[in-house]
Design a protein around this ligand. Structure first.
Ligand code: FES
Length: 82
């Protein structure tokens, strides 16, 4: 059986995007490339889910991470993806 891909969903709603997900998006893309994970991860964006006050929001396999910034995103990826 094929292993299920890890899912990463980044909120691209204007609030999350302007407060950090613009940078987080680039960081995640570069991270997946650097670690050769582009085939193993299903990375996509979503629209605002009305969690803006807790944003920027990133979800990994359905788990919601709040207040994600350029530093915490790398820690999250190291813990959940590698
Ligand atoms: S913009 Fe991300 S939850 Fe609203």
């Amino acid at each position: 059986m094929e292993k299920k891909k890890t899912s990463i969903v980044i909120c691209l709603g204007s609030s999350c995007f302007s407060r950090g997900n613009k940078e987080n998006l680039e960081i995640i893309k570069a991270y997946l490339k650097e670690h050769n994970l582009e085939d193993k991860v299903d990375f996509k964006g979503e629209l605002c889910t009305e969690n803006c006050n807790k944003g920027p929001i990133v979800k990994i396999n359905g788990k919601i991470f709040q207040d994600v910034d350029a530093r915490s995103i790398v820690e999250i990826l190291n813990n959940y993806i590698l």
